[in-house]
Design a protein around this ligand. Structure first.
Ligand SMILES: [Zn+2]
Length: 479
């Protein structure tokens, strides 16, 4: 891969970056003296809490009321103590926290597989850019984000951090489908589908954040400055200043490719992370996607500034960005989560695959099977990921007082037999088809593999129809 290729990868990503949101207030009526029932009891043969002690409860349950976990313990005891309006049966099920996808460009599901394995210039100029110029508008973003949310709910993801265009549209989709999300307003110094330049995108981002802050407890509006090669140091500092003023976090691509390293040295005389540190960029909450090439000097900066690093193993391999030193960052105390990146560079949003590949990539890179064990990688996808994106006090583990974001994973199919160790199965065996039920903020979004909050037939038909128009336009253009 060449620097030019990386450059275009980034330009492409920039053009497609944006955000996604979450929505809706917690559960229904709280338990009262007149109605002692709680909203929901979720049972499982195993409850994998991902709490600080790694507690696993056999024949356990989670009691949920008003969107909050009110109790966790042996299923029979909780069933007796907490009569529930609804119960999710636990036979053949593992209950665990919902998965946290720390980096995505959700609407790019509509460009899934539009072109693969091409030289970047060919890919961008003949496929991605034309499709984008012609098709990225609020309707594209709505349909693509709905398609992504359908896929993510189906695969057990309950929270995601998104970066794309038309963030209000993303937030409306998340509001409606019931997921939790941090939605970035993309800031980039070039003409994009929803802005003319850095000033315009920053000013539109401020409007988006003001419209969505405090509007829905599941949706956190944030800024998404693209990178330090699509924004200059002054524009990056201005974005951080706006974020500080609004109390909003930032999501950004950091140290992703050799191109970025070279660009940073050529233009700033220092590495990306040194540049961010020099302008005070890390003084507010930061979610840094990729971080493939941090130096030994930069890793302590990431730790000390509490930067949340999001590792995207599939994208890093497919685009040949490199192998992130995840093991070293974790050992140093850096907060590291997992993400899928967009579906044009993955090509799906399957966090189970990310877990497996994250583990395998570290092992083979170091020729050490003890690098990144299953428990650690499961934490990166749940509690550690939630901490990395700044929601560690709300979600990511199953503990009384936390928001009720959890899933049931079926482990009765043939590929799970026998089961000696549930953590091993969750990381090395399970896939998105095993997810049986999904609960976010106490609301059941999927039950017995049926998604309840998205009209999947409508989304399937809209996405297929839009994809046909994209394909036809690309074919005409390339004739
Ligand atoms: Zn990205």
């Amino acid at each position: 891969m060449t620097n030019t290729r990386h450059c275009f990868i980034y330009l492409f990503t920039a053009i497609y970056l944006a955000a996604c949101g979450a929505a809706e207030a917690p559960g229904t009526a709280a338990t009262t003296a007149d109605d002692p029932r709680i909203d929901l009891l979720v049972r499982g043969d195993y409850v994998v809490t991902m709490d600080g002690s790694g507690t696993i409860i056999e024949n356990g349950a989670i009691a949920v009321d008003n969107g909050v976990i009110v109790a966790i313990g042996p299923a029979d005891e909780l069933a007796a103590e907490y009569p529930a309006t609804e119960t999710l049966a636990g036979d053949g099920r593992i209950v665990m926290p919902g998965l946290v996808n720390g980096h995505s460009h959700a609407a790019m599901t509509l460009l899934r597989g539009v072109a693969d394995d091409l030289a970047l210039m060919d890919w961008l100029e003949n496929y991605i850019f034309p499709a984008e110029v012609a098709f990225v508008d609020p309707e594209f973003v709505r349909i693509g984000t709905e398609l992504a949310c359908w896929e993510m709910i189906r695969g057990g993801t309950t929270t995601f951090v998104d970066m794309y265009y038309y963030p209000d549209t993303i937030a409306e989709v998340v509001d409606s489908c019931g997921m939790r999300a941090l939605i970035s307003a993309t800031v980039i110094d070039q003409r994009s589908p929803d802005a003319e330049n850095a000033d315009d995108s920053l000013s539109k981002g401020v409007g988006f954040i003001e419209r969505w802050q405090g509007r829905n407890s599941r949706i956190t509006p944030i800024f998404g400055p693209h990178a330090n090669y699509t924004l200059n140091a002054e524009q990056l500092a201005a974005t951080r200043a706006a974020a500080m003023e609004l109390g909003a976090p930032i999501s950004i691509h950091v140290s992703e490719s050799p191109f970025e390293l070279q660009y940073s040295q050529d233009n700033y005389g220092m590495t990306s992370i040194e540049l961010y540190e020099s302008i005070g960029f890390f003084e507010g909450p930061t979610i840094a996607a990729h971080v493939v090439w941090p130096t030994d000097k930069e890793i302590p900066i990431l730790r000390d500034r509490k930067v949340g690093v999001i590792h995207n193993p599939t994208s890093n391999m497919k685009i040949a960005s490199g192998i992130s030193p995840v093991t070293e960052m974790l050992a140093a105390g850096v907060r590291v989560g997992l993400g899928t990146d967009g579906a044009a560079s993955n090509n799906d949003l399957d966090m189970w695959e990310e877990m497996r590949l994250a583990a395998f990539l570290q092992k083979v890179d170091r020729m050490d099977p003890e690098a990144l064990p299953a428990t650690t990688v499961l934490s990166m996808a749940t509690s550690g990921g939630a901490t990395a994106i700044g929601l560690g006090d709300q979600v990511g583990s199953l503990e009384a007082g936390k928001r009720a974001d959890l899933i049931q994973v079926a482990f009765e199919d043939v590929h799970h037999i026998p089961t000696y160790d549930v953590i091993s199965h969750l990381v090395y065996v399970s896939d998105e088809q095993d997810v049986a039920s999904v609960v976010v903020d106490g609301k059941v979004l999927m039950k017995d593999r049926k998604i309840l909050t998205i009209d999947t037939d409508r989304v399937k038909s809209e996405a297929t129809e839009l994809a046909a128009r994209i394909q036809s336009a690309l074919e005409q253009r390339n004739q």
